[in-house]
Design a protein around this ligand. Structure first.
Ligand code: NAP
Ligand code: ZN
Length: 351
C-alpha cells in the first residue's frame, strides 16, 4: 500500500516553553520507499518531555510536539519496505534517523551517530525540517528505526519501554549487572521502576535508594532485594562501599560525593537522569576508590528490540496510568511532584 501524499494528523503541541498543551494538526511527510505510516495508539510521558517542553535544557524548537515512547500499528508502508506490513504492532523510541555509515551506526549504537542522531521531536531532520513526536495520532518513520512489539505486551504497557525501558536496560547490560553484582537504583520514577525489574531479571542483587520509604512495598514487588530512604543520613553510613554499580535515574542534581561513597573499589556511578544544571563532586571521591562516573543515552535499535523481547519473556512491564489528551498539563505537574506510579501514558484516541 503506497501513498504519495502527506498525511494530516492531530497532535498535542506547546507553542512556547511552559505554554499549556493545545490540540492542533500537522502534516506528516509523504512516504519515502522505506517509510512506515504508523497509527499511534499510546504515547508515554517521559520526564525528558517536561525538560524539553519547559526548555530546561535550552535550544527548544517551538511549537513542539513531545513524545518518544510511541506504540501503534502500521497503517501504510512505502514501496520498498521489507521488514514490516500493514497491521504490525510497532514501537518508536527516542530517535528516528541517523547517518547509517559511521562506526556507531554500523555497530548498532545509532544514538551515538557521529553526524548526530535525529531525535523523535525537538530536532531537525537531515533535510532541516523539525521533527514532531508521539503526542500525535500518526507518525511517519523509516523502517530501520521501528521495532516490533511482542504479542505478550499490550500497546499501552509497551509504550514506556521505548524510552524508560531501553534507557535502563542498556546501561545495566553494558556495565554487566548480573549474578554476583550489587546494583543500586537511585530514584523510583518511570525509569527507576523499570530499572529495578530489569536488574532483578538479569540476576543482580538490587537495592533501591528512594527519598522516602513510601515506595518500599512496590519496590519489593518489582524485584528489589533491599530498599533504603536517602532522606535518612544513616543510609549512607550503612551502605558505604557496598555497590558495584549505581544507576542514577534522578531528574535533579544529587550530592554526587555521597553516592560515590557507596561504591566498592572500581565501582561505577552511571547517570541516566539528566538535570539541566552541572553536577559537582570532589575528585578525591573517585581517586580514593578507583571509581568512575559515567553516563548513558537510551540504546540502539537492535538492543531496543532485544529489550522488548526480554521484557516479554520475563514478564517485565511498567506500571502505568492511562490518561486522556486533556490531562497532559496536569500530568506534567504530577510528574514534577513525583506523584506518578509510575508512568503516565496518553491514549491518543482522545486527541
Ligand atoms: P520521573 O518519573 O520523574 O522519576 C525521577 C525520580 O527521581 C522521581 O520519581 C524521584 O524518585 C526522584 N527525584 C525527583 N526529584 C528528585 C530530587 N529533587 N532529589 C532526589 N530525587 C528526586 O522521571 P523519569 O521519566 O524516570 O526520568 C528521569 C530522568 O532521566 C530525567 O532527567 C530524564 O530526562 C532522564 N532521561 C534520560 C535518558 C537518557 O537517555 N539518559 C532517557 C530518558 C530519560 P523517588 O521519589 O524514588 O526519590
Ligand atoms: Zn524519554
Amino acid at each position: 500500500m503506497c501513498q504519495n501524499h502527506t498525511t494530516t494528523t492531530r497532535v498535542l503541541s506547546v507553542a512556547s516553553a511552559k505554554a499549556p498543551f493545545e490540540r492542533t494538526t500537522l502534516e506528516r511527510r509523504e512516504l519515502r520507499p522505506h517509510d512506515l505510516l504508523i497509527d499511534i495508539q499510546f504515547s508515554g510521558i517521559c520526564h525528558s518531555d517536561i525538560h524539553s517542553a519547559f526548555d530546561e535544557w535550552g535550544g527548544g524548537i517551538f511549537p513542539m510536539v513531545p513524545g518518544h515512547e510511541i506504540a501503534g500499528v502500521v497503517a501504510a508502508v512505502g514501496s520498498e519496505v521489507s521488514k514490516f506490513a500493514v497491521g504490525d504492532r510497532v514501537g518508536v523510541g527516542c530517535f528516528v534517523d541517523s547517518c547509517g555509515e559511521c562506526e556507531y551506526c554500523l555497530s548498532g549504537e545509532e544514538q551515538y551517530c557521529t553526524r548526530g542522531v535525529v531525535s523523535t521531536y525537538n530536532a531537525l531532520d537531515y533535510d532541516g525540517n523539525p521533527t514532531y513526536g508521539g503526542y500525535s495520532q500518526k507518525i511517519v518513520v523509516t523502517e530501520g528505526f521501528v521495532v516490533r512489539i511482542p504479542d505478550a505486551l499490550s500497546l499501552d504497557v509497551a509504550s514506556p519501554l521505548l524510552c524508560a525501558g531501553i534507557t535502563t536496560y542498556s546501561p545495566l547490560k553494558h556495565w554487566n549487572a548480573g549474578p554476583g553484582k550489587k546494583v543500586a537504583i537511585v530514584g523510583m520514577g518511570g525509569l527507576g521502576h523499570l530499572a529495578i525489574q530489569f536488574a532483578h531479571a538479569l540476576g543482580a542483587e538490587v537495592t533501591v535508594l528512594s527519598r522516602s520509604l513510601n515506595k518500599k512495598e512496590e519496590a519489593l514487588s518489582f524485584g528489589a532485594d533491599h530498599y533504603f530512604a536517602t532522606s535518612d543520613p544513616a543510609t549512607f553510613t550503612e551502605l558505604a562501599g557496598r555497590f558495584d554499580l549505581i544507576l542514577n535515574t534522578v531528574s535533579a542534581n544529587l550530592d554526587v560525593d555521597a553516592y560515590l561513597s557507596l561504591l566498592r573499589i572500581d565501582g561505577t556511578l552511571v547517570n541516566v537522569g539528566a538535570p539541566a544544571e552541572p553536577d559537582q563532586y570532589r575528585v578525591f571521591s573517585l581517586i580514593m576508590g578507583r571509581r568512575s562516573i559515567a553516563g548513558s543515552l537510551v540504546g540502539g535499535i537492535r538492543e531496543t528490540q532485544e529489550m522488548l523481547d526480554f521484557a516479554a519473556e520475563h514478564g517485565i512491564a511498567p506500571q502505568i496510568e492511562v490518561i486522556s489528551a486533556d490531562q497532559v498539563d496536569e500530568a506534567y505537574q504530577r510528574v514534577l511532584k513525583s506523584d506518578v506510579r509510575y508512568r503516565f501514558v496518553i491514549d491518543v484516541a482522545t486527541l
